[in-house]
Design a protein around this ligand. Structure first.
Ligand code: ADP
Ligand code: MG
Length: 435
């Protein structure tokens, strides 16, 4: 028997071609469910093609790259896609038959179990690590499959079998390495395009903000002052007082929208950064929101054990906290709770803001922070965009955990600052901020 170079090359093509096809045509599919379904179908196609065009080493003993699509099904598609592709593979394998089935099944079970060990942390790795771990994993599995096959099936170990086996193992690893590279570089490209689009939108919003918002704020301040005077008048009926109250409330809302716009146009001023205690700032922010929360039957609970120092602009931090807590209050329809926790962990300060409101689905979470993205009738969709900008300014990051119908937790992580020698932030009862 000859070394089947053309079959070996064909195997690489059978895996690479559907991958490229998927990335070129389907990967931009915005609907996640459809994308996953197409991904699963493409992997099934790959697995089927790999088996149909397999390398026959001995009578009934075939080598093929179907482990590669199986591997990708688990690490990129999750367990459901993994199981679907596994099932499809088994189906084709049984139809094709042959002696190699037994070692193939044993390896399949071992491989699935091993993948579970790292599949959940896979997405957090960088591209290089993904490429090397994947290639090494497939290399080891292919080697193991071959040795097991040789041992169980007692194949006569000729020169041809030896060379074919080596080529097969190398091919499996190189193809895996290439597929990870293709998927990841395509992903990075998509991310870059999205980032550019986002930045463009942000710039437009920022410029508009600076020009319009400032001009509107001055006349509004005087209107608010006069209406406040009017509200103190004793000649007003109950209904009229209610109207005046609504006026004030709406003016405050307009003011906070203007603040959001203004802070988008503003350049970051790192010089104003100072060491501040997160606990103090959270207290100030919850104070400012207490009447807003009372009105909506929301209880705000704040847990902390010690001061937590970070570097940044206290005004900006309050703006961030107020935006997030306010969103939490607005997510609660009837009555509920906002639980805020400030803790130190290693070299980081972590603030959790949890609500037991309506929660969000995956699509909503993905859209968070996009300009004008809002699901509220009176929403502006600017709040979270401002929050993200403030967090970035202070060198922090934001994580969102949410479940529809259960609630949302925003986790804000900042680098911890050294404790100041003398505490400059003494907490006083009168601490307050305007919302
Ligand atoms: P706005 O509050 O004006 O709608 P934001 O940028 O503050 O704008 O929020 C954008 C969207 O994110 C909201 O409309 C809402 O759908 C969602 N959202 C933000 N925070 C929460 C939360 N705590 N619970 C549920 N949904 C939230
Ligand atoms: Mg908001």
């Amino acid at each position: 028997m000859q070394i089947q170079i053309e079959h070996i090359l064909l195997q690489a093509l059978m895996v690479l071609f559907p991958t490229v096809l998927y990335l070129a045509i389907f990967n931009d599919q915005p609907n996640k469910k459809k994308r996953t379904l197409i991904f699963a179908l493409i992997l099934m196609l790959t697995s089927g093609l790999a088996q149909v065009f397999a390398i026959e080493v001995d009578d009934g003993v075939i080598l093929d790259l179907r482990m590669v699509p199986l591997y990708f099904a688990y690490v990129y598609g999750g367990n459901i896609v993994g199981l679907a592709v596994t099932f499809f593979y088994l189906l084709v394998r049984v139809i094709l038959g042959g002696w190699g089935m037994v070692p193939a099944f044993i390896v399949l079970i071992i491989m699935t179990a091993l993948i579970q060990l790292f599949a959940h942390s896979y997405q957090e790795w960088n591209t290089k690590k993904k490429m090397w771990v994947s290639a090494t994993f497939i290399f080891s599995i292919s080697t193991f499959l071959l040795l097991l096959g040789l041992f169980l099936l007692e194949i006569s170990f000729s020169y041809t079998v030896f060379v074919t086996s080596i080529l097969f193992i190398l091919e499996s690893s190189v193809v895996t390495w290439l597929v990870v590279f293709l998927i990841e570089s395509h992903r990075e490209k998509l991310q870059l395009v999205q980032d550019i689009q986002k930045t463009e939108k942000l710039n437009v919003v920022g410029q508009l903000a600076a020009s319009v918002a400032h001009e509107i704020r001055n006349p509004m301040t005087s209107v608010r002052g006069f209406i406040q005077l009017l509200s103190a008048s004793e000649n007003l009926s109950k209904d009229e007082k209610q109207y005046v109250f609504i006026c004030l409330e709406e003016l405050d809302r307009a003011n906070s929208i203007i603040n959001d716009y203004l802070s988008l146009g503003r350049e970051t001023n790192v010089k104003r950064h100072q060491t501040m205690d997160v606990v103090t700032e959270i207290k100030r922010s919850t104070n400012a929101l207490s009447s807003y929360a009372n009105l909506r039957n929301v209880e705000i609970i704040f847990n902390y054990e010690e001061p937590v120092y970070i570097n940044g602009d206290p005004g900006r931090l309050q703006q961030l906290l107020i935006n997030l807590i306010k969103n939490g209050i607005e997510a609660i329809s009837d009555s509920g709770k906002i639980v805020i926790t400030a803790v130190k962990s290693k070299r980081e300060a972590v603030i959790y803001i949890s609500d037991n409101g309506e929660g969000m689905n995956e699509e909503q979470i993905e859209n968070l922070g996009l300009p004008f993205y809002s699901t509220k009738e009176k929403g502006t969709g600017l709040g979270l965009m401002v929050c993200l900008r403030i967090i970035k300014e202070m060198g922090g990051r934001l994580e969102v955990h949410s479940k529809e119908g259960t609630g949302t937790t925003f986790e804000i992580i900042f680098p911890l600052a050294d404790e100041p020698l003398q505490s400059e932030n003494t907490i006083t009862e009168e601490d307050s901020v305007s919302v």
